[in-house]
Design a binder for this molecule. Structure first.
Ligand code: NDP
Ligand code: 2IT
Length: 448
């Protein structure tokens, strides 16, 4: 699909010119602008107030040097980022990613998507994202600690519980959040909810670890129910084996599905009997190992090096690793194998061509902004608990999460109907997320 509306075309051309060499960011912007075609037809005020021109430009981009000393005493230098994209509806909020592929394009696409995702949760959170091209693989705990301390020494100047609240993403889990939080507290002498995903002994929320994966399955449950079916008896293919993948696998299994795959960047495992989650969690969460070890431990399972999971026959596919991990060939393979539902646990895992193929083939498709919003939603609940200095039980948070995911599905679906593309949840999620932010931006005026 390409842009039809002259105004949106012009906005997109400017974005392309201004952000050359940033393909992921342009990909994310193009998708949202395509979804907004029916909105600009109906809402000339949004165009007149320059909302779309403004929303595609980050409010602030911070880039900084992160120098640290490795275990051999050698000085290492990485690049740190924080993109504070939009604060119309709340403090900037979004994760930190540590992965060698991190660059301005990746952080900007993630920060841009976060604006609409956070809006969809119904909680008061703006959009932001950050990270570094630091590679945590093969690093010792001490090296991770020194890196996190150096990273926070600069980042702490730009964040705060009412300004910008980072969290985890790829390569950032409880261990990293702990080191980051400790350093913030040392430097600022403040014990505040400046990060989410904290440990349970110092302000973390129950259910945050599970939230993205659980939320994804609650969202899929709504998609299934809309088609008069459920997880029961369905075969599920999941990619990735990190935080999102593991808890998606757990909830899909609890809801009656059979999860047959997990993967990492080296290859994937197939277990026809359904993934043994205790083994997978022990390998990934306790030993920080590679997913191929699963095949050594579980009889009947197979490890395939250098391939993705998408050749596997399944009813439901949940990409939970990284951006653009599911391309047109993968989508065609899934369609040929009879996939009926695809929902994104990762951010932007399907290429635009793959999404189009799913939609054309009548596969019900749940986009990342809506389907993986459970993580940041519970981060929002962690912020609330920190503010009132109370903590809710696992069941209380899980119930709130469930309610939020149902609402997101309903709002995305209703927007798809209201704007003439019933069942197109990509458009519905983009429109519903956008409208709330747009109203806030109009209300707050333009600074001359
Ligand atoms: P983790 O670091 O826990 O796990 C990441 C997983 O994805 C690993 O299995 C990793 O394999 C794989 N992976 C990462 N990069 C690549 C790559 N370039 N190619 C192939 N595989 C890769 O991260 P999360 O589970 O937290 O995040 C997964 C996805 O979910 C990301 O897109 C993230 O943005 C998104 N997300 C995360 C949320 C959260 O709360 N954590 C919330 C919403 C979305 P390997 O070990 O080989 O690198
Ligand atoms: O992509 C995401 O939504 C996240 N990595 C979670 C962000 C958060 O602030 O919890």
């Amino acid at each position: 699909m390409s842009l039809q509306n002259a105004y949106l075309k012009e906005v997109y051309e400017k974005v392309c010119k201004r952000n050359q060499g940033e393909p992921e960011f342009l990909q994310a912007v193009q998708e949202v602008l395509e979804s907004l075609e029916p909105v600009v037809e109906k809402r000339p005020d949004i165009v007149a107030e320059g909302v779309i021109d403004r929303i595609v430009e980050p409010e602030r981009v911070i880039t900084f040097r992160v120098s640290w000393v490795d275990d051999q005493g050698k000085v290492q230098v990485n690049r740190g980022f924080r993109v504070q994209f939009n604060s119309a509806i709340g403090p900037y909020k979004g994760g930190l990613r540590l992965h060698p592929s991190v660059n301005a394009s990746v952080i900007k696409f993630l920060g841009f998507e976060q604006i609409f995702k956070n809006s969809l949760t119904g909680l008061p959170m703006g959009g932001g994202k950050g990270g570094s091209d630091f590679d945590p693989k093969g690093k010792s705990d001490r090296e991770i600690m020194r890196f996190c301390q150096s990273f926070m020494t600069e980042l702490c100047k730009h964040i705060g519980p009412d300004t910008d609240v980072p969290a985890g993403d790829i390569g950032v889990g409880a261990r990293e959040i702990g080191y980051l939080f400790g350093q913030y507290k040392r430097l600022r002498n403040e014990f505040t909810g400046v990060l989410t995903g904290k440990g349970l002994t110092y302000g973390g929320s129950l259910t945050r670890t599970e939230a993205t994966g659980f939320g994804l399955c609650y969202f899929v449950n709504e998609m299934l129910a809309a088609k008069g079916t459920s997880f029961a008896g369905k075969t599920v293919a999941i990619s990735g084996s990190g935080n999102v993948a593991l808890y998606a696998a757990q909830k899909a299994t609890e809801l009656g599905g059979k999860v047959v795959t997990l993967s990492d960047s080296n290859g994937f495992i197939y277990d026809p009997n359904g993934i043994d989650l205790a083994v997978a969690k022990d390998i990934k969460e306790v030993k920080r190992g590679r997913i191929k070890e699963y095949a050594d431990r579980v009889p009947g399972s197979v490890y395939t090096e250098g391939k993705r999971v998408w050749g596997t026959k399944c009813d439901i596919a949940l990409p939970c690793a990284t951006q653009n991990e599911l391309d047109l060939d993968d989508a065609n393979a899934l369609i040929a194998n009879g996939v009926q539902f695809v929902a994104e646990g990762a951010n932007m895992p399907s290429t635009p061509e793959a999404v189009e193929a799913f939609q054309k083939a009548g596969v019900f498709f749940g986009p990342a902004k809506a389907a993986n919003a459970g993580g940041v939603a519970v981060s929002g609940l962690e912020m609330s608990q920190n503010s009132i200095r109370l903590s809710w039980t696992f069941e209380e948070v899980d119930e709130k999460l469930h309610g939020i995911m149902k609402n997101i599905y309903k709002n995305a679906y209703d927007a798809s109907v209201a704007y003439g593309c019933p069942g197109n949840l990509v458009a519905g999620a983009n429109i519903a997320g956008f409208l709330k932010v747009a109203e806030a931006m109009i209300a707050q005026g333009v600074a001359y």
